[in-house]
Ligand binder design. Structure first.
Ligand SMILES: Cc1ncc(COP(=O)(O)O)c(C=O)c1O
Length: 355
């Protein structure tokens, strides 16, 4: 297994031999100034961390987590990796893409969620990357049971926690925080006061919160609620669980107090994947000013919170340095997906395209 020295391993050397990791993405992701949007919002200093470009094959926050999760699956000798999520899950897609790099078979159990254009696109990317899909309508226990019976004899690594937000996946964002510290030390960026990031299954926020503490960055994380999956306490617990896992492998990992998360619930709207007016406006604004594509489930709501803070709620942030963490894949699949036919998906998913 690859032993490239990622920022996390430089900081905590004893993790190298114990923590599974395989190189899947392009380290480090760039940090860019959003000058036009900054001017539009009357902010002094607004930047973006381009995790939409984590990999040339498929970007977003999930490939970071899969560097650790899929390395674990490989190390333990599995040949398939199963994830679970909504029919439009970015994590299930990321797993399919990254499994293909490692010769693993992806499997995904998909459940209902509100349908939007990303859902259709993601289903077709799943098809492209030969993800073995099982669609189970909410509450259908019999179908779940049948699926377990069917998969029982296979050599499958189960990563059923949504979004890969187990301590091992969360470690990827501890690494991302150390990466950010290195970028600050190299003068690519000044230390931020606030980091705005989507909080879904919370691995991204929990890892960043822990990582910032470990490297001494004082920024507050504005964790923008985009699902009702975990909540503030669960997010903080995940950060502590991740710290404890690190400590098991490296006794130099200090104790920290996770008090750097502002859990922002005002931009969630009616539910997971249900677009909000503010979110859609935020998507339009960043498209117009920066030509950057966001989506309405995660990053649109996150930018809406940032705009809300800038506009009215928290005037004090206008003079601060703000970092928007873009977690959505920006790799364009439009050309290649034209060749895909939804009818090659399992039959019970066709209604999504025929609606
Ligand atoms: C584009 C995007 N942004 C943010 C998130 C939230 O990340 P996390 O689940 O680590 O909270 C997700 C999770 O699915 C996502 O797909």
């Amino acid at each position: 297994m690859s032993k490239t020295i990622i920022p996390l391993f430089k900081q905590f050397e004893n993790l190298i031999d114990n923590v599974p990791w395989v190189e899947l993405i392009d380290h480090d992701t760039p940090i860019e100034r959003l000058s036009n949007l900054e001017r539009e919002l009357g902010l002094d200093s607004l930047w973006v961390k381009r995790d939409d470009k984590t990999s040339q094959v498929y970007g977003g926050n999930k490939p970071r987590k899969l560097e650790f999760i899929l390395a674990d699956a490989k190390r333990k000798g599995y040949d398939s990796v199963m994830t679970r999520g909504g029919v439009g899950s970015n994590f299930c897609v990321a797993n399919a893409v990254m499994c293909s790099k490692l010769g693993l078979q992806p499997v995904a159990a998909l459940v209902d969620q509100p349908i939007n254009p990303v859902v259709k696109k993601n289903l077709l990317i799943n098809l492209l990357y030969k993800n073995e899909l099982y669609y189970i309508r909410k509450g259908n226990r019999v179908k779940w049971l049948k699926l377990w019976m069917k998969l029982k004899r296979r050599n499958i690594y189960y990563m059923l926690t949504p979004g890969g937000s187990v301590p091992l996946g969360t470690l990827a964002f501890v690494n991302a925080a150390v990466e950010l510290k290195e970028q600050i030390d190299k003068n690519e960026f000044t230390e931020p006061d606030y980091i705005f990031v989507a909080c879904g299954s919370a691995g991204t926020v929990a890892g960043l919160a822990l990582g910032l503490k470990l490297v001494g960055i004082k920024a507050k994380i504005v964790a923008v609620q985009v699902s009702s999956f975990i909540g503030y306490e669960g997010t903080v617990k995940l950060a502590y669980d991740t710290r404890n896992m690190m400590f098991e492998y490296d006794k130099s990992v200090p104790e920290v107090k996770i008090d750097n998360i502002i859990y922002e619930t005002d931009y969630f709207g009616e539910g997971y994947a249900k677009p909000t007016k503010e979110g859609l406006e935020a998507i339009e604004l960043i498209k117009k000013t920066q030509n950057m594509e966001l989506e309405s489930t995660y990053t649109g709501k996150t930018l809406a919170a940032l705009i809300g803070f800038a506009n009215k709620k928290h005037n004090s942030i206008t003079e601060k340095t703000i970092l928007f963490w873009n977690t959505f894949n920006s790799r364009d699949f439009s050309e290649v997906l034209k060749k895909m036919n939804y009818k090659d998906l399992p039959k019970n998913l066709h209604w999504i395209f025929e609606k």
